[in-house]
Design a protein around this ligand. Structure first.
Ligand SMILES: O=C(O)c1ccc[n+]([C@@H]2O[C@H](COP(=O)([O-])O)[C@@H](O)[C@H]2O)c1
Ligand SMILES: Cc1cc2nc[nH]c2cc1C
Length: 370
């Protein structure tokens, strides 16, 4: 556009996000009804297969392989308010652990054959050129959201764009499924504030026990979330403003990662409460981005269920996990792959010569009606 404003990466990405291709989704629904199984018997896996068909615009959709997990790491100024028992240094120490292959998520990723990519978007330590680390630091951790905005709008956009670029690079490397991960001591407090801002739920409803705190610290954590919401009076119509007020740099990068995956029409399997908060940011920026999201699991953090409800997506597993790192997303990957494989490989009643009585089958919803 000669003489015009250059289009930012964020704007170009938002422009590219579209909803599901209804024709491909309908073809998947039709095929599911003709496969050699009672209609509906694969439950949520049928829904996932239809979603991925609609996302790719193909029926059947490609297998979600290979898959890559991005662990976005950052620190939080609100740590100074005593909302977590863990010292802030644990964020940087866990980054080293991920890079050495020693964290839980490394073991789980090995189990399912996913690549692990660790991105520093805001760790409050100089990590140097640690082998394997993607250095995208926007600042040395956020500021304390109870004292002022956690970051500037420009920093929020820079971190979103780091997430978009991570998605773009992983897809350019051949990955066909993206998994979200996070590491950031105190980030369940930031997640609670973000979820309250977007859903209107109260601080007590969205705040959880994070890595593990006593009742007194829990009451204090709720009060910190309440104070931050009162200070910033967030406007959910201004998602970058909400991010700047409360967000972690990892929340911003995760929102960008979701937008980037959605723009490239690659499924993004979400982990726990941090990813749920980030997906609300992405949805407020580009409503159709949620069409690319699969909720890997439901975390024990109460705000996560509220975020998933607001997103309108259902978790594939509930193992009472509350680890983060991408652990729940990675564990859900084989279910997403199984959903697609069934659609690709299972015979139809016609092709297998199996008698089809599906026309006289009564689905649970129909049964309820009678
Ligand atoms: O994914 C979740 O739902 C989740 C729930 C509780 C804790 N975490 C992880 O624990 C850290 C934040 O916990 P906290 O108590 O310091 O706010 C951060 O590194 C998260 O990845 C993650
Ligand atoms: C040890 C530890 C590992 C983690 N992984 C994700 N969040 C974490 C928080 C702590 C404290």
């Amino acid at each position: 556009m000669p003489g015009g404003e250059p289009v930012s990466l964020l704007d170009a990405t938002v422009d590219a996000v579209r909803g599901l291709d209804e024709e491909a989704a309908a073809a998947a629904r039709d095929r599911q009804s003709r496969m050699t199984k009672p209609p509906g018997s694969l439950g949520m896996l049928e829904t996932v297969s239809e979603q991925l068909a609609g996302l790719s615009g193909q029926c059947p959709p490609p297998m979600p392989e290979p898959a890559a997990l991005a662990v976005f790491a950052a620190d939080h100024g609100v740590h100074a308010q005593g909302v977590t028992p863990w010292p802030q240094e644990v964020t940087a120490q866990m980054v080293s652990n991920f890079l050495a292959g020693g964290a839980v998520v490394n073991a789980f990723a090995k189990q399912v054959g996913a690549e692990v990519c660790v991105v520093d978007v805001g760790v409050a330590a100089h990590l140097g050129d640690a082998a394997g680390l993607v250095p995208r630091k926007v600042r040395m951790g956020t500021a304390d959201m109870t004292q002022g905005p956690a970051m500037s709008r420009e920093e929020a956009v820079a971190a979103i764009e780091a997430g978009i670029e991570t998605a773009r690079d992983l897809v350019a490397a051949g990955n066909r499924c993206l998994l979200t991960g996070d590491m950031g001591i105190a980030n369940t407090t930031a997640s609670a504030a973000l979820i309250a801002a977007f859903t209107g739920a109260s601080p007590a409803q969205v705040t959880g026990y994070g890595t593990g705190i006593d009742e007194q610290t829990y009451a204090h954590k709720v009060e910190i979330v309440r104070r931050a919401l009162q200070l910033h009076r967030p406007d959910p119509q201004d998602p970058v403003g909400v991010l700047a007020a409360f967000g972690g740099l990892e929340h911003a990068a995760l929102a960008g990662f979701i937008l980037g995956g959605a723009a490239l029409r690659v499924p993004v399997v979400l982990d726990g409460v941090i990813a749920g908060a980030a997906a609300l940011v992405a949805q407020a920026i580009a409503p159709e981005s949620t069409a690319a999201c699969v909720a890997g699991h439901r975390s024990a953090e109460p705000g996560h269920a509220l975020a998933l409800e607001a997103l309108g997506i259902h978790p594939l597993i509930d193992l009472e996990l509350r680890l983060g790192e991408g652990s729940g997303a990675v564990l859900a990957l084989p279910l997403v792959a199984a959903a697609v494989r069934a659609l690709r490989e299972v015979a139809t009643f016609d092709s297998a010569g199996v008698a089809d009585a599906s026309a006289s089958v009564v689905s649970p919803t129909e049964r309820e009606r009678h």
